[in-house]
Design a protein around this ligand. Structure first.
Ligand SMILES: [Zn+2]
Length: 120
């Protein structure tokens, strides 16, 4: 139920990456889910399935010291997602592709959890 619903949007996130969208370090202001930049530069929330416009309010640049552990974790996960995304684009092996897409889903799931923790 809630788990299924969650799986569905994680899959949508993975699909976006496979289609060439870029994972950004931004979070959706509504649900806290990681945002994607589509090829036409639109910021997209895969959970809400809609376009997102981020209004910069300075929050991005002045990070509270207390969140630095999460920041590091988030940056690590983001780098891993990009790494796996690159491998998926290069592989032609079906078994490897399955493993990579499953790893990608787990990374996206973790990343979303981190973003929610940061949001509080
Ligand atoms: Zn959202």
């Amino acid at each position: 139920m809630e788990k299924k619903e969650n799986d569905k949007h994680i899959k949508r996130m993975a699909d976006l990456l496979l289609k060439g969208a870029t994972l950004t370090d931004l979070a959706c202001p509504v649900c806290g889910s990681p945002l994607f930049r589509l090829k036409d530069k639109t910021l997209w929330c895969a959970k809400d399935e809609k376009k997102v416009v981020i209004v910069k309010d300075g929050e991005e640049t002045s990070k509270p010291a207390g969140t630095s552990g999460l920041e590091t974790l988030e940056a690590t996960l983001l780098a891993k997602v990009q790494d796996v995304q690159g491998k998926i684009q290069r592989t032609e092996n079906v078994d490897e592709l399955k493993k990579l897409t499953s790893a990608l889903s787990e990374l996206l799931d973790s990343l979303e959890k981190v973003k929610r923790m940061k949001k509080g």
